[in-house]
Structure formats: structure tokens, C-alpha cells
Ligand binder design. Sequence first.
Ligand code: TRP
Length: 331
Amino acid sequence: MNREKPIVLSGVQPTGQLHLGNYEGALRNWVSLQDDYRMYLCVVDWHSLTSDFNDVKGLQDRIFQTMLDFLCSGLDPEKVSIFVQSDVKEHAELHLLFSMITPTPWLERVPSYKEKADLLGLDSYGFLGYPLLQAADILLYKADYVPVGKDQLPHIELTREVARRFNNLYGDVFPEPDGLLSKFPLIPGTDGRKMSKSYNNDIKLADSPGETAKKLKKMITDPKKIYKGDPGRPEICPVFAMHEVYTITRNVNKISETCKSGDLGCVDCKTNLAENMNTSFNNLRNKRKELEKNRDYVLNVLERGAAEAREKAAATMSEVRKSMKLVRSYG
Ligand code: TRP
């Protein structure tokens, strides 16, 4: 692996089976970066405990399912170090040291903290420190870029502030990373809102063609198009938004015209979308099924990823300890 390449780190919570929003918004972006960057991809199991601490029974299966989605999407362990956060203890050490130099108000004012704490009824010490653990994830690898969704930009900003504060106090150790927004389109969920596991409006990579068609059948369309002959408005229809991703351009134009003219009804339009979508995901789903039978391979990818991550993490931590005078030499 080429050490000269800019370093990219991203993290993902092990939520289990990933959905098409995760695929279009994150996975495809990572796959497109893996050749040109030195990439680390961290499955953040400790972060997931900030909200799922009372649901640890399925944790290892959620990690496994997430890994299947990563690998069937084309992330290549020869190019990317994929690892589980808790396998690299340096994340915890750096988080602890950062916690000494980070004023609590910096964390309290991170947008979404208060709202989310109220919404989930959570107010743990770890939950407050969530973005600081994220800063440790990123800075441990001296990442130059962090590919994330827009909602994560405040966490990147905090990461930069922590890096700056550390460097001012102890000397130049950390670069200030930049967020890298995905160039891939976000696709809507079946109810027209953002696709999300918690809204129960998602289509999984692991869904069968039949399940996919069934979910699409229930999908919301233009509420003013009740009968086939009614003129539709593709620009506000989430089914059309999906056609724009999964249907070839020539046909997309035809769908738009025939929807507007009333020649195309929603039922046919959805059947057509299901076919196109299932064709797009056919290879990937077959690969996923193969991988599912191959637990040892998946475990092996994670073991090797952790070893690669530890090497970089250890180098950074030895610099950190030196600069903070945590190393003794009485010689
Ligand atoms: N907070 C991120 C999310 O929910 C997950 C995450 C943890 C992360 N550590 C990270 C993302 C480091 C990027 C870099 O999506």
C-alpha cells in the first residue's frame, strides 16, 4: 500500500443490514475513493453503545451484516483497512487524553446533541463525548479527508478545533481534516422522507427481488395522481427520484413524459422500477449470499484490518505520549 496517498478515514455504526440510502450515500463513495487514497474504514462499535448499550446481544451479528454489505459492494480489503473500533484500543486512549483538553461547552453546543439527548432520553457521559471519540477515530490516523454526510460536518469542525488545541498545547502532531461530501445522489425512502432504518421506510441491500418489489408497490407517489389517466408530477414523486438513479436516461425521459400525459400509471411505473433496481443489484446480492456462507473470510478481513490500523495508531500514539511528556527516560 502506498504511504504517499492522502489519508481518508470514515466510520460507520454497525446498525446491521445496510439500506440503499447507505449504499448510494456512503458505500459507493468509499468504493470510488479506495484507489486514490489510503483508506481506513472503522466499524464504530463503541459509538453504537452510546445509544444501544441495552441491546448488546445482537451486536456481533450487526457487525457481521454490515461487513457483508461492505464487501459485496466492492470495498476491497487489499486496498482499504476495514476494522472494528474496539479492536484498536488506541481509540480509547486518545479519546481519554482529548477529554482532558476539551472544554465541556464545546461538546454541549454541538448541534443535535441536546435534541438527540432529549429525543432518545439519553444523557450519559459517553453520549456527550460521542463527537470527541469520533475526533479520536479521525486524528489517530492523521486523516486528511473524512467522507461523511452533511449532518456530520459539525463533528468534523469539532475535530479540527480539538486538533488545533492539541497542537497549540503540545506541539504539531495533528493535521486538520476536511469533510468530503458524497457526489452520489441521496434516494428517498418508500414514504418520501429520507431513507432511514428508524423510519421503517428502507430497502435493504440484502432484500430479495420479491421483497424489493413488494416495498416499491407500497411506495408513495404524487398524491394528485389517483387514476392512471391523471396527469402526474414526476418532479415531486419519490418513485421517479428512484428511476433517476436506477433507470437508463432515455427511459427516464419517457417515464416523465408518459406520467405527465397520463399514459403511464403508478402500478406499471413501480413494476418497471423494481425490475431495473433488481437488475442493478443482482450481482451484488449474489456476492452477498456467497460471503454470508464464508464467516472465516469475513473474520479474517477484520483481523487483518485491525493489524493495519494498529500499526498507524501505535505510531501516532507514541508521538502523542512523547509530546504530552507521558514517556519516561531517566537516562
Ligand atoms: N458519527 C458517525 C455517524 O453516525 C459515525 C462515525 C464515528 C464516524 N466515527 C467516525 C464517521 C469517524 C466518520 C469518521 O455516521
